[in-house]
Design a protein around this ligand. Structure first.
Ligand SMILES: [Zn+2]
Length: 602
């Protein structure tokens, strides 16, 4: 995309979209004083550290440091470019951008190559579906599906189709429509023969399940064999448009329901999602043959914090549920586990017991995360044997000690006490011990395990005086153009000690050359660097006095400049020691005088 949007258009968009309104579509915000607060959509947390300022039209998270304006919010949240964010926001504000996009009708702009891959998938998906439901060639496949309990409704909803039993039907279909074979191979739709460089279809004689991205574009397929052909499910390979670690099956269709119910149901496979949807569970999603990733979790958390895991109850399923649950808990989600009885998968269960029972006795009757762990740690243990029993109680106590709510702790202690006929007091006593042992362990070298791995909290050491002074100066410079120039004069060619701070004031002076008035949100658009943008948003959220007295101003400047002198003194002290060591006393005396003068000037 070579298109650029005129700056006045960008300003018009920024002024027409209210940041609180925009962010409220993704985050529940509560007003507190002048600002709004909510749970950060960019990292897992249980108490709100994400704030939005109406006055400044910016947001900032004190937990992970995310920050910016309406543009950067959409860019970071949806993983899109500035241009794409501008298009989305312009649509919201009914502003005509008059930008020529090779659009796929969803307000997204992508490269011609990606667009061609998407177009090919969409064409094939429509054609496969048509073959399945309307043609003689697909009749046996349709019957196969209907016999297995698929309804016409879900076949249409999930756009299920059929690929012909032919080596090159898809290849011909696409090349006739001018799709480049090289590109279609990259898209995973056709495969090149080593021996003669000709192509053949990846999917032949299979039931075709389209896989969509979050915007509803078909980006891959899973093909199920009708007979004994292996593999039973053949998936598209990873391609530039199909990244398994980011894709959740059915996400675009389930999203409205997930947001409405504030609940998502995570299934093990996409077939479970379709079966559950048939019985009225429309908020189901599944990974595409990979385990859950941080990217999946971020996507879910942007829509709800509450997830029900419904995996098969075989060994692999239970282990996978335990892993997924722990990851989600670490990301600050609340988890329930819906246990499938008797080793059935959701489809088999629904066939046997009907949709109502599935909704009421599996999904609605799901276990709390702790109750699931009671069962999880019990597996493979014989609780009749004392050793097993004690080990089990110890493990459960460890888990209980991690709970934060006293009521919950009490509840599970009582459950444990009554199950093993132990006195509650004895368990409480032991719980205290477990708590201290665990605490001592976590105070050692081992990092705390229940912290989201990708979001390392910023170091909480006390900032140095010059660092704080620089931030306060920037805060005032952001508010007032004259102050910005005054600070620049007072620095007399010296720079700030923190590189990022210096970069910010360089940007800021540049901004003031072009703009007469301060404008927090406009300035954030002006800064190209995401990291600097976050720091500016952080500084914007600092509360500083409206007026900056010249006394205060001079103090801050002094702290900035003093730090450079202190560094110089340290340097000189090293030189002094060296001179003394070499018994060069005249040199040492000269350096000592220099140090004295530097100290005096502080
Ligand atoms: Zn955050």
């Amino acid at each position: 995309m070579a298109e650029r949007i005129a700056e006045e258009k960008i300003n018009q968009i920024r002024q027409s979209v209210d940041i609180v309104e925009l962010i409220s579509e993704y985050v529940q915000l509560k007003k507190q004083g002048r600002n709004y607060f909510g749970l950060c959509p960019f990292h897992g947390e249980n108490s709100p550290s994400f704030s939005v300022s109406t006055d400044k039209q910016i947001y900032h998270c004190f937990g992970c440091g995310a920050g910016g304006n309406v543009f950067s919010f959409l860019m970071e949240l949806e993983g899109i470019t500035f241009l794409e964010a501008a298009v989305k926001l312009a649509e919201k504000a009914n502003i005509d951008l008059q930008v020529n996009f090779s659009a796929n009708g969803k307000g997204k702009s992508v490269s011609p190559e990606l667009q061609s891959m998407l177009d090919a998938h969409e064409l094939l998906q429509k054609f496969y579906h048509h073959l399945l439901v309307n043609t003689k060639d697909g009749q046996h496949a349709l019957e196969y599906l209907l016999n297995r309990g698929f309804t016409r409704e879900s076949i249409d909803k999930f756009q299920i189709g059929y690929s012909l039993n032919s080596w090159d039907f898809g290849y011909k279909f696409l090349t006739k429509r001018d799709f480049s074979p090289e590109l279609m191979e990259k898209a995973g739709l056709i495969i090149k023969r080593e021996r003669d460089g000709t192509y053949f279809d990846r999917f032949r004689d299979r039931i075709m399940f389209p896989i969509s991205d979050r915007n509803g574009n078909t980006i891959a397929f899973s093909g199920r064999s009708l007979g004994a052909d292996e593999p039973k499910y053949l998936n598209s390979p990873e391609t530039v448009i199909f990244n398994k670690s980011k894709i959740l099956y059915n996400f675009h269709l389930a999203k409205p329901s997930i947001r409405k119910l504030q609940q998502a149901v995570l299934f093990e496979g996409f077939a479970d999602v379709i079966a559950a949807d048939k019985s009225g569970v429309e908020n189901g999603i599944a990974t595409m043959g990979t385990s859950l990733t941080e990217e999946h979790i971020t996507l879910i958390r942007q829509n709800t914090q509450s997830i029900t895991i419904c995996f098969d109850s075989d060994k692999a399923g239970i282990e996978a549920a335990f892993r997924a649950g722990n990851m989600l808990i670490d990301a600050g989600c609340s988890i329930k586990v819906a246990m499938m009885p008797d080793g059935l998968d959701p489809d088999e269960y629904i066939k046997k017991n009907g949709p109502e029972k599935f909704r009421n006795e599996v999904i609605s009757a799901s276990l709390t995360w702790m109750a699931f762990k009671f069962l999880y740690f019990r597996r493979g243990k014989n609780l009749q044997i004392e050793g097993d029993r004690l080990a089990y109680i110890e493990t459960i106590l460890k888990e209980i000690s991690k709970l934060t709510k006293a009521v919950e702790k009490d509840h599970y202690l009582r459950q444990l006490a009554s199950e093993f006929s132990i006195s509650l007091e004895a368990l409480q006593q032991q719980l205290k011990q477990v708590f201290f042992t665990e605490k001592r362990k976590s105070n050692g070298q081992t990092p705390p395990v229940n912290k989201p791995s990708t979001f390392v909290k910023q170091e909480k050491r006390l900032p140095l005086a010059h660092f704080t002074a620089e931030r306060r100066l920037i805060a005032h410079m952001l508010k007032d153009r004259d102050t910005a120039y005054k600070v620049q004069d007072l620095l007399q060619g010296n720079t700030f000690n923190t590189d990022e701070h210096q970069a910010i004031i360089t940007y800021l002076i540049g901004f003031y050359e072009e703009h007469m008035n301060p404008d927090s949100s406009a300035f954030l658009t002006y800064i190209q660097d995401g990291n600097l943008r976050r720091i500016v948003a952080d500084i914007e959220m600092m509360s500083v006095n409206d007026e900056l007295s010249s006394q205060e101003l001079n103090d801050y400047i002094k702290q900035v400049l003093n730090y450079q002198k202190l560094l110089k003194i340290k340097e000189k002290e090293v030189e002094l020691k060296e001179a003394e060591r070499q018994s060069d006393y005249s040199q040492a005396a000269a350096i000592a005088t220099e140090i004295k003068q530097l100290r005096k000037s502080l």
